[in-house]
Design a protein around this ligand. Structure first.
Ligand code: UD1
Ligand code: CA
Length: 457
């Protein structure tokens, strides 16, 4: 169920589109569901901002059902009636309960099938049950009813066990009675939770199973709750990584998205962010204050403090930073160095090449063993078009050179410091592209003399 607006978020964006762990709430729920059943058997009920919600999870290959008006969780299931009829049993998940683990869904399913229940509710006992529907038991496994917060009598407010919003149903009894739901309640909505009492009245079996970890079923109704779920998810991610051999000094300070992969023996220093589809090999070290997005690092890469990497590929043994900015399309070769205040974009840099200081390399192909001196700039843009710079193997670019593209510096060639290179430099040549130095002997002392005469007047 993902059709609701999420009024309590006070946001114009649909709730299930809000992100935790770097992806929409709904994407987490679908990922958990897809571990239990194939994507083609998953139906997402969409309504509020339906098109945006569909687009956000289009890559999961699930089906969608439209709930044109959001008239409650019971109504959401009514809208999916035709689609679910073909299945004997149905698992219902809430798009805003994103920390649910596949193993817990499996436990719910197995319990439901073993007990041959008509409805099984996944419950929990969180420290603070306020705001959730409460599960009123009748005996140890059976349930009498679910009562929403607003309808709780003083006596029932003591009930600690909450409804997670996750259920298993036998489809037959559900569809037989779902039209008996009424909207006679505080929100004038059709509550799916009322199915519990309805089915009990029909003498059908309604049961509950409690999740071991109440944190797993916490809902996100406000931005504060969303932030706390995000923190939990990221801590869980750090714990997974640590248990697989990744060293994380201060996990509470690191922001690592759910889909990030990191191999064993890599070290993450405090305050790093690793986002999106990033992959990091083994024996790497990511030092503090680096932000790595959608990038791939092989093994033994050192990222010194303060680097920003976006859609870049780094080969093994490379050293980056401090303060390097690698923009999309940067491919840094084996054991290459990209140093302080170096910006790269759409660059292929060969094995062992170095650009250690204060440099911009854009739209360039740089061979192996190239030395790019401090302050070098590829002038890749003429105001209309981008042009390419090629620097072949073993070339040496003197400091403070500008390479006006399109231009090629041949194998083993030298560019003198301070040059502005506008023509290709052949292999093994030296190019000097600057004004010659002029010397005026005694000029400074003559100037000083002239000054002191003026002051004397
Ligand atoms: C619901 C349960 C409550 C439970 C809580 C757990 C009901 C009536 N109450 O309350 O017992 O403790 O979840 O988190 O079900 N949705 C639709 N269409 C609608 C309305 C909602 O698809 O018309 C979707 C929402 O997008 C959301 C989910 O259903 O993903 C739950 O809806 P929400 O309004 O958040 O229910 P709660 O008030 O949290
Ligand atoms: Ca909710």
């Amino acid at each position: 169920m993902a059709a609701g607006k999420g009024t309590r978020l006070k946001s114009k964006r649909a709730k299930v589109l809000h992100q935790i762990g770097g992806k929409p709430l709904l994407a987490h729920v679908i990922a958990a569901a897809a571990r239990i059943v194939p994507a083609e058997d998953i139906y997402v009920v969409v309504g509020h901002q339906a098109e945006e919600v569909r687009a956000a999870v289009a890559d999961t290959n699930v089906n969608f059902v439209l709930q044109p008006e959001q008239r409650g969780t019971g109504h959401a299931i009514m809208c999916a009636r035709e689609q679910v009829r073909q299945y004997r049993n149905l698992l219902v998940l809430s798009g805003d309960v994103p920390l649910i683990r596949p193993t817990t869904i499996e436990r719910l399913r197995d319990f439901h099938l073993a007990r041959k229940a008509a409805m099984t509710i996944l419950t929990a006992e969180p420290a603070e049950p306020f705001g959730y529907g409460r599960v009123i038991r009748a005996g140890s496994e059976n349930v009498k009813a679910i009562v929403e917060q607003k309808a709780l009598s003083t006596a029932l407010q003591k009930v600690q066990e909450i409804n997670s919003g996750i259920y298993a149903f036998a489809t037959g009894p559900l569809l037989a009675d779902i039209d008996r739901l009424t909207s006679d309640n505080a929100h004038h909505e059709f509550y799916l939770t009322d199915m519990a009492a309805l089915l009990v009245k029909r003498k059908a079996r309604v049961m509950a199973i409690k999740a071991d970890d109440p944190e797993e079923v916490l809902g996100a109704n406000t931005l504060a709750e969303l932030a706390s779920l995000d923190a939990q998810l990221r801590l869980r991610k750090c714990q997974e990584l640590m248990s697989s051999g990744v060293v994380i000094y201060r996990p509470d300070t690191c922001v690592i998205d759910a889909d990030v992969e990191i191999a064993a023996d890599t070290v993450l220093e405090p305050f790093v962010q690793i986002l999106g589809k990033s992959r990091i090999g083994s024996d790497c070290r990511v030092r503090s204050f680096s932000v790595i997005s959608d990038s791939q690092l092989s093994d033994k890469v050192l990222v010194k403090p303060g680097c920003i990497l976006d859609q870049s590929q780094i080969s093994s043994g490379a050293i980056l930073g401090p303060y390097s900015h690698l923009r999309p399309g940067s491919e840094i070769g084996e054991s290459a160095h990209v140093g302080n205040f170096v910006e790269t974009k759409k660059v292929r840099m060969g094995r062992g090449s170095k650009a250690n200081h204060l440099t911009y390399l854009g739209d360039a192909e740089i061979g192996a063993g190239v030395n790019v001196g401090a302050g070098t700039i590829t002038c890749n843009y003429d105001g209309t078009n981008k042009h390419k710079t090629v620097i072949e193997d073993g070339a040496f670019i003197g400091s403070d050179s500008t390479l006006v593209a399109p231009v090629r510096v041949g194998k083993g060639a030298y560019v003198a410091a301070g040059s502005s290179i506008t023509d290709d430099v052949p292999e093994d040549a030296l190019a000097i592209g600057r004004g010659r130095q002029v010397l005026k002997e005694g000029w400074a002392s003559r100037r000083r003399e002239a000054r002191s005469k003026m002051d004397g007047k």
